[in-house]
Design a binder for this molecule. Structure first.
Ligand SMILES: *Cc1c(COP(=O)(O)O)cnc(C)c1O
Length: 446
């Protein structure tokens, strides 16, 4: 058994993590795509299958969530260019930025306003489909808008769904499950926001609150679900379905970039910055993107300095056998979607040969960026979602970032680069809370 001191001696970066400093790390285990892909437990057909399932459900989604009608029941978010933010970032951190900055606005995904509207909703739909097919009530050729009926709601009311969450996953699973007619219980960690709990209760969702963090909420949820054969537990720490639901984003992104006339190839690298909690969201998206763009896409994860669980799991290679608390880190952050102390092993192992690197950001920085983005682009995100926004600055300014560019022979291509910052949540935050966030950031800027 290695002591913390042994770990820090071997990997000085762990000492910096334990001191809750901001760090930038590049992944020594990253492999050329063609080599790395051989190690993966999932493939392109798995993502296609998920994409087709979401297509089958689109008529139902359009029926029950009118805000999705314009997109015909496809839950997707826009990509926007943020030139004023780019300018401001460059000034704030006193560093020139090459290439274009784009924001992927999952903050504005319909239904639940965060990246969880991808994986979370997908897994509920998949479960609903399997149940209905098993019982001879549905076939894949049907128009799924038939699910919007008393018959199906009665059927699903015999079943329950449970999930542990810091908030946003609970919103997605809760809203979708309740709409279909399931009984649904969301086990919420201590850091989950009051408004998220209230919103869920208003939709008929049972909310169980814990004084402990996310891992405890998941553990308890899993236990309760195990004791009921009609209860399906959505396991954020291990779910392949969640992961695939997130991965579909990449297939759709390809079309969106084409529509914007954006090329991704050896002369036009794509850098993607993904806020990371337990890992499923960013892991799924990164996996999908690597399948499409292979070595031309460079994926970085972003975590709060107080919850760097995935980075700790990757550096030590221990994945879910290590927690931030093991290194004296408190896992207390205002970035609620990211307040996770122990990463997913499944995601850590899957992403290991694909990931370019990872970095941490302090809460202060997240709040500042929140205010600045509101001022420059009039886009309002929740604190977690800002973790991706500082990515281009980190890559350009940090020593390891520069080395990464050099080692991948990308120096001359950086002027053609596209930096995609994944804005993972925000549109559901009540105005008075968003105003407080904004104020906090504005004060820190002075
Ligand atoms: C959940 C969440 C993430 C990260 O997703 P994980 O699957 O937990 O890694 C990022 N941002 C927001 C706003 C989230 O809710």
């Amino acid at each position: 058994m290695k002591t913390n001191q042994d770990w820090i001696k071997e990997y000085p970066l762990i000492g910096e993590l334990a001191a809750v400093k901001e760090v930038f790390w590049t992944n020594p285990k990253k492999e050329p795509f063609q080599k790395g892909v051989k190690k993966l437990p999932l493939n392109e057909n798995d993502v296609k299958d998920a994409e087709e399932r979401l297509m089958r459900f689109a008529p139902y989604i359009a029926e029950v969530f009118p805000e999705t009608r314009q997109q015909e029941g496809i839950i997707e978010s826009p990509i926007v260019s943020v030139p004023s933010m780019r300018q401001k970032l460059s000034e704030m951190y006193d560093h020139p930025l090459e290439g274009e900055l784009l924001l992927k606005c999952d903050s504005h995904l319909p239904i639940s306003g965060s990246i969880k509207a991808r994986g979370g909703i997908y897994e509920v739909l998949k479960h609903a489909e399997s149940l209905a097919i098993q019982h001879g009530l549905l076939s894949v050729e049907d128009d799924y808008s038939i699910l919007d009926s008393e018959k199906f709601r009665d059927f699903y009311s015999e079943y329950s769904i449970a999930v542990g969450s810091t908030g946003n996953l609970g919103l997605s699973i809760g809203i979708m499950s309740a709409k279909l007619g399931f009984k649904v219980t969301v086990h919420m960690s201590a850091d989950a926001k009051e408004w998220k709990k209230d919103l869920l209760k208003s939709k008929g969702v049972t909310v169980v609150e814990y004084k402990e963090d996310y891992s405890k909420a998941v553990e308890e949820g899993r236990k309760q679900a195990d004791s009921d054969p009609n209860c399906y537990f959505i396991d954020d720490e291990n779910s392949r379905d969640l992961f695939l639901g997130y991965a579909v984003a990449a297939f759709r992104l390809k079309k969106q970039l084409e529509e914007l006339n954006i090329t991704v190839d050896e002369n036009h690298p794509l850098f993607v910055y993904l806020p990371c909690g337990v890992g499923g969201g960013p892991g799924g998206v990164a996996f999908g993107l690597k399948l499409i763009y292979q070595d031309h896409v460079h994926c970085f994860f972003a975590e709060p300095t107080h919850s760097p669980c995935m980075l700790l799991g990757l550096v030590t290679g221990l994945h879910d056998q290590v927690s931030v608390q093991d290194f004296g880190i408190d896992n207390i952050t205002s970035a609620d979607g990211l307040a996770v102390g122990r990463p997913s092993r499944f995601v850590g192992q899957t992403i290991e040969p694909l990931l370019s690197g990872s970095y941490t950001v302090s809460d202060h920085e997240l709040f500042k960026l929140l205010s600045v983005l509101a001022d420059t682009e009039n886009i309002h995100l929740e604190p977690s979602a800002l973790a991706g926004v500082i990515g281009p600055v980190k890559l350009a300014a940090e020593k390891q970032g520069k080395e990464y560019v050099q080692n991948h022979n990308l120096k001359d291509q950086m002027k053609n680069a596209v930096h995609l910052m994944w804005a993972t949540g925000g549109s559901m935050v009540p105005k008075e809370i968003m105003d407080e966030y904004y104020k906090k950031g504005a004060e820190l800027l002075f």
